[in-house]
Ligand binder design. Sequence first.
Ligand SMILES: Cc1ncc(COP(=O)(O)O)c(C=O)c1O
Length: 383
Amino acid sequence: MSFTDHANNPFASLSPAVWRASTVVFDTFEDFVARKARQPDGYSYGITGTPTARGLEQRIATLENARHCVVTPSGQSALMTAVMGFVRGGDHLLVSDSCYGALKSFASNWLAKMGVDVEFYPPTIDAGIEQLIKPNTKMICLEAPGTVTMEMQDIQVITAIARQYGVMTMMDNTWASPLYFRPLDHGVDLSIEAATKLFGGHSDLLMGSISMNDSGYYDILRETQSILGQATSPEDCFLVQRGLETFELRLTQQSRTALQVAQWLEAQPQVQQVLFPALPSHPGHEIWRKQFTGNGCLFSIILQPASEAAFGAFFNALQHLPIGASWGGTHSLIAYYPASQQQSRAYSPTDQPIVRLAIGLEDPAWLIEDLQRALDGYAAFLG
Ligand SMILES: Cc1ncc(COP(=O)(O)O)c(C=O)c1O
């Protein structure tokens, strides 16, 4: 819609209108009876969104090079809705062991108990996925790089095999965002973003999106959204549209700072390993270089082994960096993932504690100064 398209934008505003509605009314009896036929794009009830949601969905679809998009109330709800739309009891579901934790919990604590054959696979399995496909395999869940441990997956190799066997693929693409990787262009069926992170960009809302090309999948997901009650707030849709205005600028700057901070950390004696695919030292660097066009703002580090008290000293020495588990906003964040979390996984690349850094828009020197303080606090505990 153009700003001067007065028929659709009579106020000629630069920003989208916030349409609030639970109910849609109909001109005639016939219209009311036929209301379901208005889906998946049209409006028959507020649960599947108002024009504010539809405007955002179109904008995300353009970013993803997708024909369709459905927004949902959180990133996790997008992941769950994508699976619930297609997977039923008796189906086999393959989930990367480094997928977002709540998706894994949903698969093992709910789906497996509802008769779905859930199997976690090694994130770096790539062509080996073929050996795991069964006649009843319905979907493969991907995420690259993986949550916290940052393993890269060869998306093109996995999707080519999945297509050969008629298996659907969905990918959590939040880390790269469509700016640096467009899953649908690489054969993925459903591209999921936690819009909470980079799209929203200001740590003040939760939202998710599912983008796709297949119109049949779109019908199913719009219906699934409705059946599961996944209504998205029009105000939040407005805020994500506003976040998207600066998305590219923010991510470009945040990615630059992230690389600078990661390179600095890699040179520090207290740091054993930096888990960031953009660094040549990362085992997935070649896949990242081949398939992705940018590095994003989120990476993890493994420190030299020390007691939990050393991690306490590290975190409590920080004066600027807020401790928190999310990412993608303008403020940097730092989070701790204890060894037990990695040890409880079937295929973790490490059994050590992990510190994860989400880089915001601050001056890199200011971040490095704070991290130096934390590393000094940690060093006191090393032999
Ligand atoms: C990679 C990734 N996917 C999905 C999610 C879930 O998003 P939300 O918090 O909006 O449910 C997160 C949130 O931490 C995430 O980091």
